[in-house]
Write a protein that binds this ligand. Sequence first.
Ligand SMILES: [Zn+2]
Length: 125
Amino acid sequence: MLVKCPKCSKYYGEKAFIPGKNFYCSCGQKVLFEPEQIFSHLAKICKDYELKVEEEKINQIRNLADKIVSLIFDNTSTKLDIDIQKQKLKALIDQLSPDKMDEYALIYEPRFNRLWEQFRKSPET
Ligand SMILES: [Zn+2]
């Protein structure tokens, strides 16, 4: 998106404009960024920020889920250790994205159980 200087017709990219700050062309003319453009620019910043926050939440959940998987693979960890981490994961999902609790029941729990069956099931457990 380009904005034209009304005086000398020089073009500037949207990155040259910082919301809330005046922008002056190299010829000295104050160049206004169109309000609609500013709003769409701000909306994009907000969206990027939300995506970042969302990504951060997903990473935290994923990291803990990965930790549980590695505990299942690690023969020195007990079923209790794993159950504690599972409770932590549930609490984390509930805290960060309550709308994703279904995901825990549908994706994580069956996955952990399947891995447990596959790698740890032995006559004494
Ligand atoms: Zn100019």
